[in-house]
Design a protein around this ligand. Sequence first.
Ligand SMILES: Cc1ncc(COP(=O)(O)O)c(C=O)c1O
Length: 403
Amino acid sequence: MNVEKIRQDFPALDSKRTRKAIVYFDTACQSLRPQVVIDAVNRYYLQEPACSGRSMHQWAAAVTREVDRARELMAKFLNASRAQEIIFTRNTTEGINLVANAFPFRAGDVVLVSDKEHNSNLIPWQMQVKQRGIELKIIPTCPDNTFDMDAFEALLDKRVKLVALGFTSNLDGVTIPAGEIIRKAHRVGAHVLLDAAQTAPHHPINVRALDVDFLALSGHKMLGPSGTGVLYGKYALLESLSPFLVGGDTVANSTYANCEFLPPPEKFEAGLQDYAGIIGLGAAVEYLQHIGFDTIRKQEALITYALSEQLKDISGLKIIGPADPALRGGVTTFYIEGVDSHRVALMLDQMANVLVRSGQHCVHSWFNARQIKGSVRASAYFYNTIEEANILAECLRKIRKVL
Ligand SMILES: Cc1ncc(COP(=O)(O)O)c(C=O)c1O
């Protein structure tokens, strides 16, 4: 793969334009956007900045066509059975909240999550404990942070109604054996929701082969515009759920006392939508498919390997997650004993425009349980280079000398 050529697709990486050579290692937070996505967003605002669905005029018809197309593209991307299984949301968080609030829980029902979930896949369930009396049980992971199948099975019984798991961790990049987990959960009658925020940008997802019931993702982590996301749900399940947010665009008809909801996905897409974002997300899906996941994963693996090799020699530095870089996708999260992670991140920025994330990465619970204050996360994507990994490692060697 020609990384230099691919980098030309990303205006934010054009140092002549930005007047700085930015080393962007914060893709797990938001990816950069290729020009085709920016163009798709601009086209909406420049050519047909209208509502989808509501009005009858030509601009509205054009937007409806574009939104339908984006839904079809996303359905194919995930191998959903039909486009109506794709609900556009603002992000993964909204998708998970939708399921948490719409799922027909009864007091005493059990939800299982792992011990290293992003807050977006933890707090919505904590709220259901308070509001509807469900029980939230935590599956411990193995010492190296990989999924503990035995611990999962030990918690699995008929009271478990939903298993909600991060498919790929934003903490350490580990991807769980979702197919096996889903088969085991279905055997006791539990449904499964996968938080695929960190999976969709890096791994092909086949919802039908997985037989997953719900899957949430964020567009902005997979080259799409900020504030875009998708919740996939099996159609029959979506049909059976009551909507969470309601109002305009969710109903076919209403009286002062009642209403008739539209079928999925409309009944879950309340109010005017981010049409530019949705159209841009469709363009992102097309671009990702054009690059291909083999290319994406190969480049990420090269960088994670190169970083891991160099970071090994820095005294006091500990990598979070499995020792084998092949299990960590594009993520290298580490901390240096006694050194403030935010300080390291600021120094990287000041020394060489290296942008990383620091702190607890919205997985506070995992850090608190282990009394680790914070960490630095370098998350790579196919537009990163080995030279950039070397710059980061070299900066860390210098930082270690002075801190
Ligand atoms: C694993 C995981 N889940 C959920 C989220 C929340 O995503 P968003 O903020 O786009 O809703 C993130 C964001 O970093 C994440 O990494």
